[in-house]
Design a binder for this molecule. Structure first.
Ligand SMILES: O=C(O)c1cc(=O)[nH]c(=O)n1[C@@H]1O[C@H](COP(=O)(O)O)[C@@H](O)[C@H]1O
Length: 237
């Protein structure tokens, strides 16, 4: 039996042709495709059409963060796109999360679609302890992540986005059925760039991550398919 590939590759670009080329060359080496703000603000919902024939689950990462009414309305638009996973910011609060989850599930059900998994970003992986304190998070980042994960779970969402460093703590707090989406993945051979709280793919997986979000280590590599194959090998897939 082959295990499911946990890697969702982040296709961060403004160009549909690049997204199409990457997704075709990476199909078979990754488990899903993530499109985010850079792409969506440039191309809009029609940009998803270039990857639909690849047959991989789509993760639309818009990190919604606004009042409950506005986020619920935006989430209805996301749910109509038939994506598998989507994001909002946990710091928008429990009422916002609850409204978003309800909107996603009701809209999808009304259309006969599967509802997207709604996962909440806890503390961005680009923040270190000092930067987190500067925006007003008191105490260790791990405590803040754990608190927001608990709030997210109580508000009915499917999981959270956290760095690999907090995976074990969140898993202990929220149990085995809570989806942990983990960016900040850096194989030893890749550049760290703007990420601050990072680990390698195998270590993140061993700590309990469900989805590994990996962008530039694959997309900025001279040979993206080869980079994805190296990550597959590191994961024992
Ligand atoms: O929600 C996310 O996916 C996300 C949350 C977070 O805390 N950190 C983070 O890097 N991401 C996204 O994960 C991807 C990471 O890409 P790379 O840093 O290129 O591997 C980007 O598309 C980010 O927008």
């Amino acid at each position: 039996m082959t295990s499911v590939n946990p890697v969702f590759v982040s296709l961060d670009t403004t160009e549909p042709a690049r997204v199409a080329a990457w997704s075709h060359c990476l199909a078979g080496r990754v488990g899903g495709l993530k499109l985010g703000l850079e792409y969506f603000t440039a191309v809009g919902p029609a940009g998803l059409d270039v990857v639909r024939d690849v047959g991989l689950p789509l993760f639309l990462d818009l990190k919604l963060h606004d009042i409950p009414n506005t986020v619920a309305a935006a989430m209805r638009g996301v749910a109509r796109l038939g994506v598998a996973v989507t994001t909002l910011h946990a710091s928008g609060g429990a009422e916002m999360i609850r409204a978003a989850v309800g909107a996603a599930r009701d809209t999808a059900a009304g259309l006969g679609l599967a509802a997207p998994k709604v996962v909440a970003v806890t503390v961005l992986t680009s923040l270190d302890q000092q930067a987190a304190e500067a925006v007003g998070f008191a105490g260790p980042i791990e405590d803040q992540v754990r608190r927001l994960a608990r709030l997210t779970q109580e508000a009915g969402a499917d999981g959270v986005v956290c760095s690999p460093l907090e995976v074990a703590a969140v898993r202990a707090e929220c149990g085995p059925d809570f989806t942990l989406v983990v960016p900040g993945i850096r194989p030893s051979w890749s550049e760290v760039g703007d990420q601050k709280r990072v680990l390698g793919p195998a270590e993140a997986r061993a700590r309990g991550a469900d989805i590994l979000v990996i962008g530039r280590p694959i997309t900025a590599a001279a040979d993206p398919a080869d980079a994805a194959a190296r990550i597959q090998a590191e994961l024992g897939l």
